[in-house]
Design a binder for this molecule. Structure first.
Ligand code: BTN
Length: 243
């Protein structure tokens, strides 16, 4: 169960790193969650940094031993975590979307990010560290960062502990859906909340800009676009940019 045991830290480099160290030195139980008031070297996807003011937001990681998910289906982890976040935010805000692969947006601004680090062993995912950064009560972000928070969207402060508990409940509900094989349902829900789904927009890949729409996401988590020539194009993470 996610969050049955919680380690609370005042300050840490990154909760993902901290959990990785615990994993190296022992055999922590599935669901162990590490949360920090402050990360001094918070990590984002693709070597980006994750900036979050101390005590204002949620920055935490939890551990899974997802032997119930085949490595080729590892994108399922992204899907269920995105859905847990999107459902939680929809309870408070409008216009919540999942921006492929795993960012959560309010209109055109990012409100939450996910960093998943899997360790594969032969034919199974032996462990998965899932890091979540959710902007809650931060009023200002450094210039040039396309970010928002629940406070900025709703003009109201939120109780971070209450938000954490609701998020943990959502995560556990989706995890039990996976364990009871409701995979298709999760896939459909993910698509139904997809940012710019079936809308014509510009994309860029390999330096070329083109117009296309999102047709779907395949079982490997690759984005499927359809261009004006009605050709389907398939992209992995970082192979295509939204314009
Ligand atoms: C992204 O959108 O680039 C992913 C951001 C992930 C941030 C979270 S905050 C908690 C956990 N610890 C980290 O160092 N990163 C993740």
């Amino acid at each position: 169960m996610i969050g049955k045991k919680i380690i609370r830290l005042d300050s840490v480099d990154s909760t993902n790193n901290y959990l990785k160290e615990i994993l190296k030195s022992g055999n922590p139980e599935e669901g162990l969650l590490v949360i920090a008031e402050e990360q001094i070297a918070g990590r984002g996807q693709a070597a980006n940094i994750w900036l979050s003011n101390k005590g204002e937001n949620l920055t935490f990681s939890f551990l899974l031993y997802p032997n119930y998910i085949k490595p080729i289906n590892q994108f399922l982890i992204s899907k269920f975590v995105c859905l847990a976040l999107a459902d939680l935010l929809e309870g408070h805000l409008k216009n919540i979307k999942i921006k492929w692969p795993n960012d959560i947006y309010v209109k055109e601004k990012k409100i939450a990010g996910i960093l998943i680090e899997n360790i594969l062993m032969g034919k199974s995912i032996s462990s998965s560290i899932v890091g979540i950064g959710l902007n809650i009560n931060q009023f200002e972000f450094p210039s040039g960062i396309n970010a928002t928070s629940m406070l900025l969207e709703k003009r109201q402060k939120f109780n971070t502990e209450f938000i954490l508990q609701s998020l943990i409940d959502n995560l556990n509900n989706y995890l039990s859906m996976i364990k009871s094989n409701k995979i298709e349902e999760i896939g459909k829900a993910y698509i139904s909340k997809l940012y710019r789904y079936k809308e014509w927009h510009y994309f860029n890949s390999n330096g070329k800009t083109f117009k296309a729409f999102i047709e779907g996401v395949d079982e490997y988590g690759r984005l499927i676009l359809k261009n004006k020539e009605k050709k389907s194009l398939v992209y992995g993470f970082k192979e295509v940019l939204y314009i």
